[in-house]
Write a protein that binds this ligand. Structure first.
Ligand SMILES: [Zn+2]
Length: 105
């Protein structure tokens, strides 16, 4: 189905941590995937919305461990990428260019 605007989910950061332990099987090795939702218009990201979500997956038993203590730490240290604000940056740039062209004439 074709949507010209709406909300999508972007994978912002992915990494594995060999020191963190799983709460299900107590083995070491978890993968952290941090997601951020954003509003898009014609598939161009305009601005980020909502809180970051973290999915924690055990590399051994393949169980999700989203209540892991390091999930919140990874949520806090992950920055929202600038490209998720592409639409806002483009509009502000056009406004600045327009204002500068009026001033310089
Ligand atoms: Zn496990």
């Amino acid at each position: 189905m074709f949507f010209i605007f709406g909300e999508k989910r972007a994978l912002v950061k992915y990494h594995s941590d060999n020191v963190a332990s799983c709460s299900h099987c107590n083995s070491l090795g978890l993968s952290f995937a941090v997601f951020k939702n954003y509003f898009h218009f014609f598939y161009v990201p305009f601005f980020a919305v909502d809180e970051k979500e973290v999915e924690v997956l055990c590399l051994k038993c393949k169980e999700y461990d989203n209540a892991n203590a390091r999930a919140n730490h990874n949520r806090q240290i992950t920055r929202t990428p600038l490209y998720l604000y592409t639409g806002v940056i483009m509009i502000l740039s056009l406004i600045v260019i327009r204002l500068l062209s009026d001033v310089l004439q």
